[in-house]
Design a protein around this ligand. Structure first.
Ligand SMILES: [Zn+2]
Length: 116
């Protein structure tokens, strides 16, 4: 199987758009910073619930932000002509893995070392 960079670029661009859209929906800027005026409704009767909801939203924003970072890194690899090359060991990541997860910038070995 060969690596289809053109298709990967399209997939990643769509994914990026989708992630940015989700962040915007959550009231987070593209940088992942929540807007100060994030609206959790007018009722502050149950402050704990609001805090819990905010924590949950921040968790989702954090996750989306990380995904966005991965996508941006993968897109940078495409631009640099190093797409499919592991960021750490400089070995080919493998087309199977790249097709399964187009935003991969680490091979399976380096990824498992990064997240034990
Ligand atoms: Zn590696």
């Amino acid at each position: 199987m060969t690596l289809d960079v053109a298709t990967a670029k399209k997939t990643l661009s769509n994914e990026r758009e989708n992630l940015v859209h989700q962040l915007t929906e959550l009231g987070a800027a593209e940088s992942g910073d929540l807007k100060a005026d994030l609206d959790f409704g007018e009722s502050f009767a149950d402050a704990a619930a609001v805090t819990a909801e905010r924590t949950e939203v921040l968790g989702v924003v954090d996750s989306l932000k990380h995904q966005l970072e991965d996508v941006d890194r993968a897109l940078a690899h495409i631009a640099a002509g190093t797409y499919g090359i592991c960021d750490k060991c400089r070995q080919e990541i493998g087309a199977d893995r790249m097709k399964y997860r187009p935003a991969s910038v680490l091979c399976v070995d380096c990824k498992s070392q990064a997240n034990p």
